[in-house]
Design a protein around this ligand. Structure first.
Ligand SMILES: [Zn+2]
Length: 380
């Protein structure tokens, strides 16, 4: 039987200097706020509108007591406003300007983006349903998020039981993202293919996921708009509700190696402002066949084969003190998610699952190396 330590032993590789990339998805939203679709409003009007929406969402009961600045590698960083009980209430992200954006005209400097606090359901306002997230889609999302310095995106499949009021998430399918230069969206062709794949398995589309590589898993205003539109669309056409899922694999303020995540829905208030609500998630480990896990990650490998630009080199150092490679970080995140699942897994089952995660990371290491060699050959 494989001892736990052996995963770390297997996971040790050479450690070149750690270099955090700051490109991608929601970061792109930051740099391009005020772009397409917003032309009719002046910058001042936009700022006022955003502020009004943010003010409307701000919880009134808690006093915000502390703003902390967290620099990221490069020039960006973010401020986090904490409540009295230490919970992060708002995050303002300022990313460095990428070369892509400097070429693109009017953006003199990057604008900050607000990540919006997710309200909790309460006894007086209970959640409309509960969410059971099976461990397999959680691990697929987790490896997908860990594998890229940019935002990744995908669809969630499952089913909804209206009698028990339970939404089960049983599959995650990685999708291609299409960047308009304004923000990242799911590529429509990839989305259709993923939907068909889920329907072929007798599942419904019950959600979408994306990552915030280096900052909190709270939604941006753009995420709320997307979630709102998707919820409306699915309410008209599907019998299952639709959730949004955000994972943060490399958030510098995270206290553990496990990626932090949010499962959310939005509600509109009287001013038609989207208010995000956080759903509690139960991670379920029963009825899971670990031997299928690697196959479920096929879509991730294919996407990186198409484009490996933002791909994480799992072989490199994520953190120097205490030392941790990206590979170790990913496997450790999976281990902690497994520990949070119910019913508790037998040690052998856990090791079997972690071996599959490690194998997935190794597949990505080989893919990255092959791609790098091809580029080197081309230029040399
Ligand atoms: Zn986002």
């Amino acid at each position: 039987m494989l001892k736990k330590k052996s995963f770390i032993e297997q996971a040790r590789y050479t450690r070149p200097l750690y270099l955090m990339s700051n490109s991608g998805g929601c970061e792109n939203i930051v740099a391009s706020a005020g772009g397409q679709g917003r032309e009719k409003l002046s910058k001042e009007q936009l700022a006022a509108q955003h502020q009004a929406r943010i003010d409307a969402m701000r919880p009134r009961k808690k006093k915000h007591i502390q703003d902390s600045w967290f620099p990221l590698a490069g020039e960006g960083g973010y401020t986090i406003t904490h409540s009295e009980d230490g919970e992060a209430v708002h995050t303002t992200v300022v990313m460095p300007q990428s070369h892509k954006n400097t070429v693109k005209v009017h953006m003199a400097k990057p604008e900050p983006i607000k990540l919006i606090y997710c309200n909790k359901f309460t006894e007086s306002k209970p959640a409309p349903y509960s969410v059971e997230l099976h461990i397999e889609p959680l691990l697929v999302m987790d490896v997908h998020a860990h594998s890229s310095h940019s935002e990744v995106i995908g669809l969630l499949g499952g089913n909804y039981d209206p009698r028990r009021l339970v939404l089960q998430i049983l599959r995650a399918v990685a999708c291609r993202s299409s960047s308009s230069g304004i923000h990242c969206d799911m590529c429509p062709v990839s989305q259709t293919e993923a939907s068909e794949r889920l329907h072929d398995e007798g599942l419904e589309v019950v959600g979408w996921y994306h990552s915030h590589p280096t900052f909190f898993p709270n939604p941006s205003l753009q995420d709320l708009d997307t979630q709102s539109h998707m919820q409306e669309w699915f309410a008209k056409t599907a019998s299952a509700p639709l959730v949004g899922f955000i994972l943060s694999p490399y958030c510098p303020t995270s206290r553990t190696s496990a990626s932090d995540y949010r499962c959310l829905i939005v509600e509109s208030n009287n001013e038609r402002t989207n208010i995000p609500y956080r759903l509690t998630v139960d991670v379920i480990s029963n009825e899971f066949d670990p031997s299928t896990l690697l196959r479920r990650m096929d879509a991730i490998f294919l996407l990186h084969e198409e484009s490996s630009e933002a791909m994480v080199d799992f072989n490199t150092e994520f953190r120097s003190e205490p030392p941790l490679t990206y590979l170790e970080k990913c496997v450790e995140s999976a281990r902690q998610h497994l520990k949070s699942s119910l019913p508790p897994l037998a040690e052998e089952a856990e090791e079997c699952i972690l071996r599959s995660v490690l194998q997935a990371c190794n597949t990505l290491i080989v893919l990255k190396q092959t791609k790098s060699e091809l580029v080197a050959e081309k230029h040399g």
